[in-house]
Structure formats: C-alpha cells, structure tokens
Design a protein. Structure first.
Ligand code: SF4
Ligand code: SF4
Length: 331
C-alpha cells in the first residue's frame, strides 16, 4: 500500500470513528437522561493515542467522555458482573465478538436479559497496540490475531444499534454497517479457517514434545489472573484460585501449580468459551491460551456436533445438557 493510500485509509477511519463516537454519545445521553438506564459501559480515550480503555458513566453530561476507534478492544460484557445482584438496568456497547458474552452471562444466570440494554456497534477490526513502535505518532497497525480469525464480526443480539450494523447469528457473515469496507480491507475474518492451526501443530508433537511445550508456557505464567478476570465465561462467584482453604492449590507461581490453574481455567470454560480472544490478548506473558480453549472447542465439536457458544440463547451448551445418544466411551 502506498503512503497516499495509507493516509487515505487513516483519514477515512478517523472520519468514521468521529461519526460513530458522536452516535454513541448521543444515544448514551438519551438513555441516561430519560432514566431508561442507571449506567452505561463504553470506551473512552486513554492517556496514549493507542489506548481506548473501558469507562462506566452514570450521568448524561458524562456522555462526551465516550470514544470509539480501532483501540476499543476490551470486551465490556464481563464488567456487567458487577451488577449481577442489582436490579438496575445497565447499557453496554458490544462489538460482534463481545456480544456473545451477553448470551453467555444470561445463559449462566448471571444476568437478567431485561436488565441489560445491549447496543451493537460495527467493528472495523482492532489494531494491535503491541506493534506500536513510535509512542508519539499515529501509525498504521496490523490487526489483532483475534480479529483476523473473527467469525462473528456483527452483534448476535442487540436492543439498539449504531452505525447501521446488522444483527445476525449467522457465522462467517461479512462485516456490516459503517465500518464494513474498512473491516474487509483490513482483513477482519480473513484467517478464520486457520483458527485451529496452532492446535493441529501441537497435536502433531510427540507426547514429550507437547509436555515440554506446555511446561515452557506454564513456567512463564505469573498468575496475575488477567485471563480469568476479563473472561465473560469465568464467572464463578468464588474462584478456587482465590480460596483461602488449604490444599486446593498453592498461591506460588510454580510450573506445576500454574499448569493446574491453566488446565482448570480451560476446563471450566469448555463448551462455554465464546472465542472473544480476550484471555490471550490480556496475558502479559504471551501464553497461547486460545490454543488450549480451541483444543477443547474442537474436541467438543467432534464429540457433540458443531456448536458456537454464546450465539443462540435458546441453544443448550453441549456440556450443560444430557442426551441419550451422548458419547460415553470412557464409562
Ligand atoms: S493472564 Fe497469562 S500470566 Fe496471567 S494468569 Fe493468565 S496465563 Fe498466567
Ligand atoms: S476463555 Fe478467553 S476467548 Fe473464551 S470467553 Fe473467556 S476470555 Fe473469551
């Protein structure tokens, strides 16, 4: 891409982001001023050009803090857990991948659907801030791996939308709405078919090689629990890794205890992981967490038939329901 073309893409993206940000602020102001919601989760501009972290606002005059751009990467749905015991109605902005987190939380009885106003937004694909080399100047960034592998670029459910995004539960639907062209041009979903490639590569290793591979990852883990905390499927009220009861697991970050943590986390979200990729994105130690999640997703698809968690609210998760013809070779 020539410098001129790159500048045009950036200009168009900037213009589009301004429009979406304006729509976002207008809708937030309306919802808060009318009293329809008590609070709203969105994104705001952070302290650097490549940071657009979450924000929670409760007053119409705070709506101008909202911002939407290619760094509004956080899946906000897990933050709704702060309101799981509240009767307050809360609004939340969701991109396609994020929206599956709402279905997850409602299916897990963590949220009442009627207490949430889901606002669907079109997604241009999120930039990889890990590729930032110049901290003072905007630059063209590659997309995050999770956006290249995205299968649901459009919200699977929404009460309101901005940017003319289409709501659909169709897997692999093309990105829609105001950012559709940008998303396509930047490659959103272009590597969807490769999303099990890492699992297949690991499966080809010998048992010893596989053990060595995962032990090397387990050694890196610092047990910061960022992967667990960001996850809409990791929603137990008390996590065993926070328990002060002795003998569950040591708090020290040793490879053995880290392995126990990693495997337990993955097993707890088996059949429920919505593939938002947030766990891997937030891991400060670059541990390939999605490989573990996708191994389980692939195995469940093989055993129980194709299933995408967090898409259809009335579809029972494979491990959350019993059928007479369920496989049971291990019994
Ligand atoms: S985010 Fe990474 S380092 Fe932190 S607990 Fe999870 S796997 Fe370990
Ligand atoms: S395990 Fe990771 S990819 Fe799956 S729902 Fe949780 S944060 Fe998202």
């Amino acid at each position: 891409m020539s410098d001129n073309m790159r500048n045009n893409v950036r200009d168009n993206m900037g213009h589009m982001n301004n429009q979406l940000t304006q729509e976002m602020r207008d809708l937030a102001r309306e919802l808060l001023a009318s009293g329809e919601v008590k609070g709203l989760f969105g994104w705001t501009k952070g302290s650097r050009w490549y940071l657009t972290p979450p924000v929670f606002i409760t007053k119409p005059e705070e709506a101008d803090r909202l911002c939407y751009d290619e760094f509004a990467v956080n899946n906000l749905t897990g933050l709704l857990l702060d309101f799981r015991d509240s009767q307050d109605k809360i609004a939340v902005f969701v991109k396609g991948c994020d929206s599956r987190g709402i279905v997850r939380l409602v299916q897990d009885n963590q949220l009442k659907r009627e207490n949430i106003v889901v606002i669907g937004v079109p997604c241009p694909g999120m930039g990889d801030k890990g590729a930032v080399t110049d901290h003072r100047q905007a630059q063209e960034l590659p997309l995050l791996a999770k956006c290249l592998e995205c299968r649901y670029p459009n919200p699977v459910l929404a009460d309101r939308t901005i940017g003319a995004v289409t709501v659909t539960t169709e897997p692999s639907a093309a990105p829609s709405g105001a950012t559709a062209e940008a998303a396509k041009g930047r490659g959103v979903g272009s590597k969807e078919a490769d999303r099990f490639a890492q699992v297949e590569a690991i499966e080809k290793m010998s048992p010893d090689e596989r053990y060595a591979f995962w032990q090397a990852q387990n050694k890196k883990c610092i047990r910061c629990y960022a992967c667990r905390n960001i996850c809409p499927a990791c929603n137990c009220r008390e996590c065993i890794f926070d328990s002060d009861k002795k003998n569950w697991v040591n708090k020290a970050a040793t490879p053995t205890d880290n392995a126990f943590f990693g495997i337990t986390r993955a097993m707890h979200v088996a059949g429920r992981c919505v593939e938002c990729g947030e766990c891997e994105r937030v891991c400060p130690m670059d541990i390939p967490i999605m490989a573990m999640n996708r191994k389980l997703i692939g195995d469940l698809n093989e055993l129980f038939g194709p299933y995408d968690a967090g898409v259809k609210a009335d579809e029972k998760p494979p491990l959350g329901a019993f059928k007479l013809d369920d496989p049971e070779e291990f019994m």
